[in-house]
Design a protein around this ligand. Structure first.
Ligand code: GLY
Length: 350
């Protein structure tokens, strides 16, 4: 049985659970991250080794990437929205206290993960967005009024929908007709659109688990677009009894699937991190019915990845397509590993 058949068999039903080789047991602590997080896993492990909190550790880790102007997908230096404004999304979850906090469409703050952590620690809320999130972070704000009439908006929407084959506006009739794919929109999106993000999750020697996901979101997005990263259960989920999962890739797919929550729930049912991630990727693949989101073989034409740990310290990076990596510090070595995958990538764009 080749790798593809092996994966296909193992994710088709609960009866197949156990057909995958059981994940090798790992010594705690463990820190896992997306591939752009090698310095984040190193930093987080150093903090965990000093006996400090797992959430402090992973946030300090991703802060290095948020503050790095050369990472185009996170924080300072992240690619902007359609209007040229950088809008950042982030979420945190702290397993021991069952805490969660997040911010979305936050402008002007380099480290949205720290703001998300403060939302968790200093408010009775979970999610602050846009101007409110900025006011919370900066204790300052500005007036914003919508001056657009309904009539003018309809004219403007029509113009927007025909503006550019690589923008995110869609005529309703094109959504189901397949014409978007026929026009080559898919290929343009693959080349120009960017869903980079960093997720980092940790489990310490006591089994305490925390996670953080932070991003500048989809490049050139419609202003106000919020991806999966700040949505608890989509871009991040931590259950201190079970494990943690965070995601990168097309946020809209993770959002519709409650993807990270589902991965953790499958682990609660007994699946390994790899099995749980692959099971959810298969579900998302089956639910991707829009013609413009499928390749010629009927598979999703976008990337998705999960970074998964459980309370025992077993871990996996799991990808829709082959050829992807993730970062992990297993307490001994900090390194990049090849992610498990659902489908073999067929061409360079994948
Ligand atoms: N996964 C990041 C985003 O789509 O915004």
């Amino acid at each position: 049985m080749n790798r593809r058949e092996f994966v296909k068999t193992s994710v088709t039903g609960l009866s197949a659970v156990g057909s995958l080789k059981a994940a090798e047991s790992r010594a705690l602590p463990v820190v896992i991250s997306s591939a752009n997080g090698l310095k984040a896993t190193q930093k987080a492990m150093e903090i965990i080794r000093r006996g400090e909190d797992t959430l402090d550790a992973v946030v300090a880790g991703v802060n290095l990437v948020e503050e790095d102007p050369n990472d185009r997908s996170v924080g300072y230096g992240g690619l902007p929205n359609e209007l040229g404004v950088v809008q950042l999304d982030a979420s945190v979850m702290h397993g021991p206290t069952r805490g969660a906090g997040s911010v979305a469409a936050l402008e002007g703050i380099k480290t949205p993960s720290r703001v998300a952590k403060l939302v968790m620690e200093r408010t009775d809320h979970v999610l602050l967005v846009g101007e409110g999130a900025q006011k919370f972070a900066l204790a300052m704000g500005f007036r914003n009024e919508d001056l657009l009439t309904d009539e003018a908006r309809e004219i403007w929407l029509k113009w927007k929908s025909q503006l550019n084959p690589d923008d995110d506006w869609i005529n309703p009739e094109d959504r189901v007709s397949g014409s978007l794919a026929d026009e080559g929109r898919v290929n343009l999106k693959k080349v120009l659109k960017y869903h980079g993000t960093i997720n980092c999750n940790a489990v310490n020697e006591k089994g305490d688990i925390s996670g953080v996901t932070t991003t500048s979101g989809l490049s050139f997005k419609i202003p106000g677009r919020v991806g999966d990263s700040p949505i608890i259960g989509a871009g991040l989920y931590v259950d201190d009894d079970v494990g943690a999962c965070g995601s990168t890739g097309r946020g809209e797919a993770h959002l519709k699937a409650c993807a990270s929550f589902m991965v953790v729930e499958f682990m609660r049912q007994g699946l390994s991190p790899e099995e749980a991630g692959l099971r959810v990727l298969k579900r998302i693949s089956e639910n991707t019915v829009e013609p413009y989101l499928k390749d010629e073989a009927g598979r999703p034409n976008f990337h998705l990845l999960f970074y998964v740990i459980n309370k025992k310290g077993e871990f996996a990076g799991v990808s829709m397509y082959s050829g992807r990596q993730y970062a992990v510090h297993d307490g001994k070595v900090n390194r990049l590993c090849d992610a498990a995958y659902l489908y073999e990538a067929k061409d360079a764009l994948e």
